[in-house]
Design a protein around this ligand. Structure first.
Ligand code: MN
Length: 445
C-alpha cells in the first residue's frame, strides 16, 4: 500500500540531513531527468547559502563509486538506489534521492519505491527532489515537472499529479490541453513542423517548402503584419484549432496511424515565471534542452540552465540545434536502411548512428517507415566500439506477449548482456557474435 505520509516524512529527513552538510558533492545521472534532479538540488543548496560541486556521470558502477572515496559529503540524484552494495562501502555522509528500484539501507535515501509508489511511472528523480526541497523554494516544482517529461512519465499521475497541483496552486505552472510538438513555444511556425522528429511527419519533417505550403493551404499566415515570424503559441484559438485539425487530417491521409496522431494533443505545462516564448517556459521544451546537453557531453551547461544562468541557456540553444540536425539526419538514413528480417525489423546503424540516439531513432520509424506488426532491433557502436542493440516494440505487440527485455536477456546469454522493459530494451553483444545473436532473437520473437 502506498504511504504518502511516510514518503513525505522521509523527504523531510533527507532535507534535514542535507541542511547540516557544509559543501556537498552532488552526483547525478547525465540524462535529462538526472540533470533536472542535480540542477534542482544545486538550486536548493544555493538558496540555502551553501557551497556545492556537481559531478554528472553516464555510468555509476563500482569504478565510478571508488573514485568518490575521500569525499566527505555526497548527494546522489537519479542514481545510487541500484548500486547500494558499493555505495554502502563509502565512508562518507551520504543522502540518496532516486526513483529506480532499490532496497532499504543504512544510508538515508528517499525513493518512491520504498513507500509503495511506482518510480517508473509516477515520480522522476527530479520530482522526488522537489518533495525534498519544496519548502526551501516552491518554484523548484518546475524542474520536478521537467524531470517527469524527461522520463516520459505522461500523463502525470500519482505523486507527479500531486506535485503538479501544488505547482498550479502556487502559480508556478499553468496546464492547458494543446498540441504537444516541440517548438510550439520557441520555433517559428514553419520550423515548428520542419524540425519535428517526434513523431516523424512524413512529407513535412525536414521539408521547409512543404511546411510553408501546408500553412498556406490552411489559410494561416506564417508572418505577422510587421513581417515577424509567427509562433504556434501566439496564434488565436481559431487558428490553433485549424492547424491541429489540418495536421491530423494531413497525417491521416499519409497513413500515419491513429495512436501517433492522437498523441499530438495532450496536456502542456507552461511556466509563467520564465520568459515567455523561450524553451524554458514550457516543460517539454525545457526537458529537450537538458536532453541535448547530456547527449552532447555538456552536463554543466544543463545544470547551468536549471540554475538560470544566461550564458548556459544560450549555449544550450545551440546544442539543441545540433541535436535536432543529427536526429533528423539519422531518421532519414534509417528510413532508407531499415530491412525486414521476418520476425523483426532490422536497422544496422553501426558507424552511422550515434549509440545515444539509436533507440529513439528506431522507435520513430514506427510512425512512418515500418509496419507495427513486429518489433525493431537496431545496432550501433558505442564509444568503446562495442555493439549496442536497441529494441523497440509497440504497446499492442506487448499486449500480445512481446517482451523485449526478457528476449534480449535470453538472446545474449553467453555472448553479451541485455535487459530492460517489455516495450523498450537494450543489450550489448560481443563483436563477432552478432549473427548468432540475430538468429537467436529471430527464433525467440
Ligand atoms: Mn530518472
Amino acid at each position: 500500500m502506498p504511504d504518502l505520509g511516510k514518503f513525505l516524512k522521509r523527504c523531510d529527513e533527507v532535507r534535514a540531513k542535507i541542511e547540516l552538510m557544509e559543501s556537498p558533492l552532488i552526483v547525478n545521472h547525465y540524462d535529462a531527468d538526472g540533470l533536472a534532479a542535480g540542477g534542482l538540488v544545486a538550486k536548493a543548496l544555493r538558496k540555502m547559502g551553501k557551497k556545492f560541486e556537481v559531478l554528472t556521470t553516464r555510468k555509476f558502477g563500482e569504478e565510478e563509486i571508488q573514485k568518490l572515496k575521500g569525499r566527505r559529503e555526497i548527494i546522489l540524484a537519479d542514481l545510487g538506489g541500484g548500486q547500494l552494495d558499493f555505495v554502502e562501502k563509502l565512508d562518507a555522509n551520504i543522502a540518496i534521492i532516486d526513483h529506480h528500484q532499490t532496497r532499504e539501507s543504512k544510508i538515508l535515501q528517499t525513493n518512491p519505491h520504498l513507500f509503495g509508489f511506482d518510480g517508473g511511472s509516477e515520480l522522476s528523480a527530479a520530482g522526488c527532489a522537489y518533495f525534498v526541497f519544496r519548502e526551501v523554494d516552491p518554484s523548484l516544482v518546475k524542474l520536478g515537472i521537467v524531470g517527469a517529461m524527461a522520463d516520459m512519465q505522461f500523463p502525470l499521475i500519482g505523486l507527479n499529479r500531486r506535485m503538479l497541483e501544488e505547482g498550479v496552486k502556487n502559480g508556478h505552472v499553468v496546464v492547458s490541453k494543446d498540441l504537444t510538438l516541440f517548438g510550439r513555444v520557441s520555433r517559428p511556425l514553419v520550423w515548428f513542423l520542419q524540425y519535428c522528429t517526434e513523431p516523424y511527419l512524413p512529407g513535412l519533417t525536414g521539408r521547409q517548402a512543404h511546411c510553408a505550403q501546408f500553412f498556406e493551404e490552411l489559410g494561416i499566415e506564417v508572418k505577422d503584419a510587421e513581417g515577424k515570424w509567427r509562433k504556434y503559441y501566439e496564434l488565436p484559438r481559431e487558428e490553433k484549432v485549424k492547424a491541429v485539425s489540418g495536421l491530423a487530417a494531413y497525417l491521416y491521409s499519409k497513413g500515419v496511424d491513429e495512436p501517433a496522431i492522437r498523441s499530438l494533443v495532450g496536456e502542456t505545462y507552461n511556466f509563467p515565471d520564465e520568459v515567455q516564448g523561450t524553451e524554458l517556459s514550457d516543460a517539454n521544451e525545457f526537458s529537450t534542452v537538458l536532453n541535448a546537453c547530456g547527449r552532447h557531453d555538456k552536463p554543466e551547461v544543463g545544470v547551468g540552465v536549471c540554475l538560470g544562468d544566461a550564458a548556459a541557456v544560450q549555449e544550450a540553444q545551440s546544442l539543441l540545434l545540433l541535436h535536432r540536425r543529427q536526429l533528423r539526419a539519422a531518421v532519414e538514413f534509417a528510413s532508407e536502411a531499415v530491412e525486414d528480417f521476418g520476425a523483426f525489423h532490422f536497422l544496422d546503424g553501426r558507424s552511422v548512428i550515434d549509440d545515444g540516439i539509436i533507440g529513439v531513432v528506431a522507435g520513430m520509424l514506427y510512425s512512418s517507415a515500418i509496419s507495427r506488426d513486429k518489433p525493431i532491433l537496431a545496432l550501433a557502436l558505442n564509444e568503446e566500439k562495442q555493439v549496442k542493440v536497441s529494441g523497440r516494440a509497440t504497446k499492442k505487440l506487448c499486449e500480445n506477449g512481446v517482451n523485449l527485455g526478457k528476449m534480449l536477456s535470453k538472446a545474449t546469454e553467453g555472448i553479451g548482456a541485455g535487459g530492460g522493459h517489455n516495450i523498450a530494451a537494450g543489450a550489448q553483444v560481443e563483436p563477432g557474435r552478432v549473427n548468432e545473436f540475430l538468429l537467436r532473437a529471430g527464433s525467440l520473437i
